[in-house]
Each structure stands twice: as C-alpha cells, then as structure tokens.
Design a protein around this ligand. Structure first.
Ligand code: IMP
Ligand code: MG
Length: 436
C-alpha cells in the first residue's frame, strides 16, 4: 500500500504530528498538502520537542524526502527559521518546495487582522498568519507562487501591481496604515527567495516518480476536517481543503492513487478559535483535561476550548475523507476522568439528528445527546509505556470499550492508539504501508 493520507477528523490539534511521525518512519516521501504557518505540530524525539509549522514531520528521520506541496501557503521567513532551527539541532532537512505553492507576504498579515475585525461575531479567531488573505489572492489569481517568487523579475512585476492595490485596501477600506514600501518588501523578501530557491523543485515529478517506483508516500494534512473551507463549519474554519480530497489537489495526485486514509481522532474534543461547538464543556473536567493535556495552541499559545468527543462530526468526517482507519490519541490524557461522555447524536428543534448541518446557525442550535462510559485510571508514564508494548489488549478494559464502540459506530477500524507523547508510546494495529 504505497500512498497513505493522514488527516485530522475534528478541529485540529488531534495529535497528527505524532501519528505522522510514526508512519513517516516507514515512508520514503512525506508531503504536506495544505495550510502553512497556521499549523503547529509538536514532535517529541528523545525527550526534546520540535515545533514545526511548514516542514513535514518526517524531517526528523534521516533519508526522507520532505515536500511542501502546491496546496500550501508558505511564510518564507518562518520556513527559513524552521530550517535554521533544525540545522541547529544537527538535522539537515531534505526538502523540496513546490514551485506552485503560494507565498504569504506582509500585507496578508495586516489584512488577516483587518478582515477578522470587520467580521465581528463571524470572525473565525484566525492564527493571524495571513493564511486567508493569501488563499484569497490565490483564488483571485493575484497570488505569488514560488516559481515567481524566486524569479526576481516576475516577483518585482507582481509586487508593482499588488502593492499599490493592497495599500489602498488597507488604508481606504479598513482605515489602517501600512508602512511597508514596495521596495522594502522586495528587498527583504528577495533575500528569503534566494535562501529558499535551491529547495524549489518539480515536486509533481518527485512524487510521481516515487509512486511509479512503488515507494511509500505519506501525505500529511494540517488543520482538520471541521476546518475545511468546503466541508468544515463555514465561516469558522480555515481557507484550504484540509480533507483527503485536498491531499490530491494539494500534492498533485489522483484519488485512484491513494490507498489508505487515516483519520486522527483525539479521545475528546479541543478547539482553538471561535464558532459554535455543541459538546464544549467549561467545568472542572475541562480544566483538568486542558491542564493535563497542555491544551494550549502550538502556534498562538491560546488556551484551547475543550469538549467531549462528538460522533456526529466524526461520522461526517469519516464520509468526507473516505477514512480507511482511525488513529486515536490522548487516551492517557483522558485517564482519570471518572465518567467519559460521548455525544452519539444531536437534537435539533426537538428532533434527533445524526447529520452535520451546513449552517453554523443550525449547528449552534444542536443539542448534544450523550452516552456515558466508565473512565479509566491513569497508568503513569511507565505504565502507559508498558501498555503500549502489550498492544491493544493491554489497554484498560474501559478504554478498549470506549474506542471499540466509536470504531464500530463509524464503521472504520482502529489502526493506531497513542498513549503518550513519545514515539514508543504507540500501539500500531495496522501499518498503513502494509507490513502488519
Ligand atoms: P487560519 O487558518 O489562521 O485562517 O484560522 C482559521 C481557523 O482555523 C481559526 O479558528 C483557527 O483557530 C483555526 N486553525 C487554523 N490552523 C489551526 C491548527 O493548526 N490547529 C487548530 N486550529 C487551527
Ligand atoms: Mg496544531
């Protein structure tokens, strides 16, 4: 099974980095296909944690090809910082950037803030990384792709059109000031372009040669299904396709070439950003989970909203992505909660529903209906590590019952269970590359 996609099934921060890191050990090519510096993956290696925003999690292994796909919106300054951070840790990243990936430029940050402000109650609570405005420019064909970015003539030509226009929008429409001149942006960003130019390669060719050579390819999603621009909770999500379909367009491969789609499911829900969240809890259990799980944004440091796992959104996610397997995370974090609740369906206007409404206003009116499960005890770091060695059957019976119920009701098998932050703290029921 040479091509596998990994996506988040909830609202982001399910622990995709951890799952990708595991499967990446068996992959030869790892591709990020969407988003940019709005994402934050923490990968723990030998007790040291690495925060990655653009670079695929596979970079921590030697001899892998890591690809920044065409579907991404890249902040060149931040990407260089990541490369430098890795070099400082003795890791020389083998990286290829798609010439079709888009570049986030200074006016995108200003517009991100300004647009959010204007939206009032409909603001998504963005990460302010300029992602929405960059993708808006991509769709309106004002965007700057890497192939133009590294060609100084093309970059200068684009900036000459864009800069006066963006200035008028920022000053005229939003009443803000923007001190960056065209020349000053050109000078600063040309430096970034020359640092990154050696990494810009024909990623479609790299990926397809690898597919033809039957190499193992992992497509790593950022954000998650409920934040997808089409299928997520509009307008409270992000501006890219975060789902398995986005893996195809964002990397340049066809759906028939994908063999496995793994959905990462956190044992509970977390959400950074605004908008309705039917299973949200704000009591002491929420504080317990937030503190124990360190549920603060990797990118923004914001405390994450906490809730119970929601089967309505999970079932929806399984459909949208065509999930072939589930990867559960944070079983250890949820341990110690006496009664674990699982939302099996909603009621809307007094009627039972299993379906995700398109309208956020309807979603806000959905009332969760819960089924209660007895919780499980915390085994402690060593206990969980032992448990990981023992496999699925070594998990506490209550945790097994909870996970099996979820898997059965979405009709998708369990591939992976994570019981801690380290690489060792994983139970692998199925290797997506077909060894087990
Ligand atoms: P943007 O992607 O910065 O435009 O933010 C849009 C929405 O997606 C906001 O609600 C963010 O909080 C959320 N979001 C974006 N990236 C992530 C992520 O990596 N994890 C969790 N939430 C995210
Ligand atoms: Mg994250």
């Amino acid at each position: 099974m040479p091509v596998a996609v990994i996506v988040g099934t909830q609202w982001g921060d399910e622990g995709k980095g951890k799952v990708v890191d595991y499967y990446a050990s068996r992959a030869q090519v790892i591709v990020r296909f969407n988003g940019g510096a709005n994402a934050g993956h923490t990968v723990v290696l030998k007790g040291k944690s690495y925060k990655l925003h653009h670079i695929p999690s596979g970079v921590l292994y030697p001899n892998k090809i890591n690809i920044i796909g065409n579907g991404m919106a890249v902040d060149p300054k931040k990407l260089i910082q990541e490369i430098e951070m890795l070099k400082g840790a003795g890791i020389k990243p083998s990286l290829a950037i798609s010439p079709r990936a888009h570049v986030v430029l200074p006016y995108h940050f200003v517009l991100d803030g300004a647009e959010e402000e204007r939206k009032g109650g409909l603001a998504a609570g963005t990460t302010k990384r300029g992602i929405g405005p960059c993708y808006s420019d991509k769709a309106s064909r004002f965007g700057v792709r890497f192939c133009e970015f590294i060609d100084s003539g093309a970059f200068r030509e684009k900036l000459a059109i864009l800069h006066p226009l963006k200035l008028r929008i920022i000053e005229g429409a939003y009443g803000l000031s923007f001190s960056r001149t065209q020349e000053d942006i050109f000078r600063e960003y040309s430096q970034y372009a020359s640092v990154l130019a050696p990494y810009v390669k024909d990623t479609v060719e790299i990926i397809h040669s690898a597919i033809e050579a039957k190499k193992r390819i992992l497509l790593e999603g950022a954000q998650a299904t409920m934040l997808d621009i089409d299928h997520g909770l509009y307008p409270f999500g992000t501006s890219s396709n975060t789902t398995a379909g986005g893996a195809c367009t964002g990397a340049g491969i066809g759906p028939t070439q994908v063999d496995e789609v793994v959905g990462v499911v956190k044992a509970y829900t977390s959400r950074v950003g605004s908008g309705p969240l039917p299973t949200e809890i704000t009591d002491s259990t929420a504080d317990f989970i937030r503190n124990k799980g360190g549920e603060y944004g990797t990118t923004t440091g914001r405390p994450r909203r906490i809730g119970w796992l929601d089967m309505v959104t999970l079932r929806y996610s399984a459909r949208i992505n065509g999930l072939t397997g589930l990867a559960f995370t944070r079983i250890d974090t949820l341990a110690g909660v006496k009664k674990v609740k699982l939302c099996t369906h909603y009621t809307l206007d007094g009627k039972k529903t299993l379906l995700m409404p398109a309208s956020h206003r309807d979603f806000a009116r959905c009332k969760p209906v819960y089924r209660e499960f007895p919780g499980w005890k915390d085994a402690g770091i060593d206990g969980w590590r032992k448990c990981a060695k023992g496999g699925f059957k070594a998990l506490p019976a209550q945790a097994r019952a909870y996970l099996s119920f979820i898997s059965k009701s979405v009709g998708v098998p369990i591939y992976f269970v994570s019981v801690g932050a380290g690489r060792e703290d994983s139970i692998v029921l199925k290797d997506v590359f077909g060894r087990r």
